[in-house]
Write a protein that binds this ligand. Structure first.
Ligand SMILES: Nc1ncnc2c1ncn2[C@@H]1O[C@H](COP(=O)(O)OP(=O)(O)OP(=O)(O)O)[C@@H](O)[C@H]1O
Ligand SMILES: [Mg+2]
Length: 250
């Protein structure tokens, strides 16, 4: 197995000192098991990777290899049994509860394969949910206008300026994915985690989403993207394969 890790100082909490890490994210010896029906499924068996500021990393792998599992761990949506995800020098799994919520809400933007939009909300409201989650209930009225302006600007930027009031059921697949991308960006995340962002789209719509992601990357966005499509992965700065639970060069 190739080890891609440049070890950074591991911070012990939100108040700990930040290291002068060259990387934004450093993932070390990550293990994840699922226990189901009396079976132990050892999906991640020591994943090591670092992601630099502004880098675009594509993780390739066959169906069931653990790509989504890895992305969920990087985003703090799940916990590993072993290993660390270090963000700006701090291990996110050693942060107190409120701080890991903050990491998830402020530093990470998630784009899911199946969009995960709320069906009863309009495109604009869906994008705003990202900003609401970040805000405290008391703080929200003061932030609402600014958040709304940002959400409108983002929907414009993804080409949906004339679809703000559409509910997801009235949008095409590509438009839904663009709403999901706008929602992921509303809190100006340090890293965009994209799980098969074109997985449910036809080739032409997939190309449009890829040009949008490429543009975001050119503007400095750090991206970790999971895909099983080698052609899609070509746009990234670096491609890694998830095989038998660990990451290696193609
Ligand atoms: N919550 C869970 N409980 C039990 N097993 C799970 C769970 N989530 C995923 N798995 C199993 O872990 C393995 C990896 O799943 P994962 O969703 O990470 O794969 P993937 O590489 O994203 O696949 P795909 O390309 O099909 O999306 C699969 O075999 C899956 O069945
Ligand atoms: Mg998956």
């Amino acid at each position: 197995m190739t080890n891609h890790t440049i070890h950074t100082e591991s911070g012990l909490g939100d108040s700990g000192p930040k290291s002068q890490a060259a990387s934004l994210l450093s993932i070390t010896d990550l293990h994840k098991h699922y226990h189901i029906g009396g079976q132990d499924l050892h999906v991640l068996r020591g994943v090591d990777v670092t992601v630099a500021h502004g880098e675009w990393v594509a993780v390739l792998g066959s169906s069931g290899s653990g790509k989504s599992t890895l992305l969920h761990l990087i985003g703090g949506l799940d916990r590993p049994e072993q290993g660390s995800v270090t963000f700006e020098g701090r291990d996110i799994f050693k942060l107190p509860g409120a701080a890991i919520d903050r990491y998830r809400n402020r530093h990470v933007g998630f784009v899911f394969q199946s969009y995960h939009l709320l069906p009863e909300l309009t495109a604009l409201e869906n994008v705003l949910t990202g900003a609401m989650i970040r805000s405290s209930i008391l703080g929200w009225p003061g932030r609402r206008n600014e958040a709304r302006q940002r959400a409108v600007a983002l929907l414009d930027r993804v080409g949906l300026g004339d679809r703000m009031k559409h509910r997801p059921s009235k949008l095409s697949g590509g438009e839904r994915q663009r709403v999901a991308i706008a929602r992921a960006l509303v809190n100006e995340p340090d890293v965009l985690l994209a799980d098969e962002p074109t997985g449910n789209l036809d080739a032409e719509t997939g190309k449009q989403i890829m040009s949008l992601i490429t543009e975001l990357h050119q503007q400095g966005q750090t991206i970790v993207m999971v895909t099983h499509d080698q052609q899609i992965a070509e746009s990234a700065d670096r491609r890694l394969w998830l095989r038998e639970g660990s990451l290696g060069e193609p």
